[in-house]
Design a protein around this ligand. Structure first.
Ligand code: NAD
Length: 259
């Protein structure tokens, strides 16, 4: 029996910013391999289509939605698409996250607002859009991809990212508490040092990707970075009925970095 058979999943940020496997590109494929029907949502149509094509090439079911989460109507747009394709939603997987380096003194209001809009406020709006349908059917699972930065300080500062991701963890717990009575679970995942194209997209110009990878691996007790599949497997578990008594949890996937 497939672990996600017939589950209707919206993966928000289902593409990858570069070649290779991003966390939720891998999660979308992993969920589909277990029988989920996946709406691949991304602001870049090509990125969402690539993920959907990978799913279809393996015989899975996927649809594409080009939407930017900063659009205040994104929640309704996603929900309408889920209704139109499959008559509803069972899982919301919110993955979009951006960062900008800088401590309190270097961070402008505009930068802070932009990071919070994407990392937190949009997640809240998406949640608000799916909850009525999940409540009506008495069940659903929501996964927020936060970051270890919510609880752990890197050698450099990126305060808006750290604080927004910490708030996302709290959002998961608030949603979990408020909706447990409706059979809805909400959890967050805190990826540690994961080797994804996302990391290289934010590297400073002086550091080569190889140097960065070695530096990141050296920080981890396991001696290596994780892969997008580690996050995908955690997502699959939390999305599946195997986790049906788990809600309000912040799951660190970090190779022991915060052990
Ligand atoms: N890689 C790591 O080491 C690491 C560590 C901690 C947390 N994370 C978190 O993991 C997530 C990134 O995972 P990934 O590797 O799949 O990321 P990614 O950045 O490669 O992919 C995210 C996708 O989101 C899309 N996107 C960006 N802004 C959008 C918007 N406004 N509306 C709609 N789509 C948008 C991009 O086009 C991209 O396809 C982020 O939330 C990040 O904070 C990553």
């Amino acid at each position: 029996m497939k672990r996600m058979k017939d589950k209707r999943v919206a993966v928000i940020g289902a593409g990858s910013v570069g070649k290779g496997w991003g966390n939720e590109k891998a999660a979308a494929v992993r969920l589909a391999r277990e029988g989920a029907r996946v709406l691949c949502v991304d602001r870049k149509e090509a990125a969402a289509s690539e993920t959907a094509e990978l799913i279809r090439a393996e015989g899975g079911e996927a649809q594409v939605l080009c939407a930017d989460v900063t659009d205040k109507a994104a929640g309704e747009i996603v929900m309408n698409a889920m209704q139109a394709h499959w008559g509803g939603v069972d899982v919301l997987d919110y993955n979009v996250g951006i960062s900008q380096r800088g401590g309190v003194l270097e961070t402008s209001d505009a930068s802070w607002d932009q990071i919070f809009e994407i990392n937190l406020t949009a997640a809240m709006r998406l949640t608000r859009a799916v909850l009525p349908a999940m409540r009506a059917q008495n069940g659903g699972a929501i996964i927020y991809v936060s970051s270890l930065a919510a609880v752990y300080s890197a050698p450099y500062s990126y305060v808006s990212y750290e604080v927004s991701k910490a708030a996302l963890v709290r959002l998961a717990r608030s949603v979990a508490r408020e909706n447990a009575q409706y059979g809805i679970r909400a959890n967050s995942i805190l990826p540690g040092m994961i080797a994804t194209p996302h990391v290289n997209a934010y590297v400073d110009k002086e550091t080569s990707p190889e140097t960065l990878a070695a530096q990141r691996a050296a920080m981890v007790p396991m001696g290596r970075q994780g892969t997008a599949w580690d996050i995908a497997n955690a997502t699959l578990f939390l999305a599946s009925d195997e986790a049906n008594y788990i809600t309000g949890v912040d799951l660190r996937v970090d190779g022991g970095l915060t052990a």
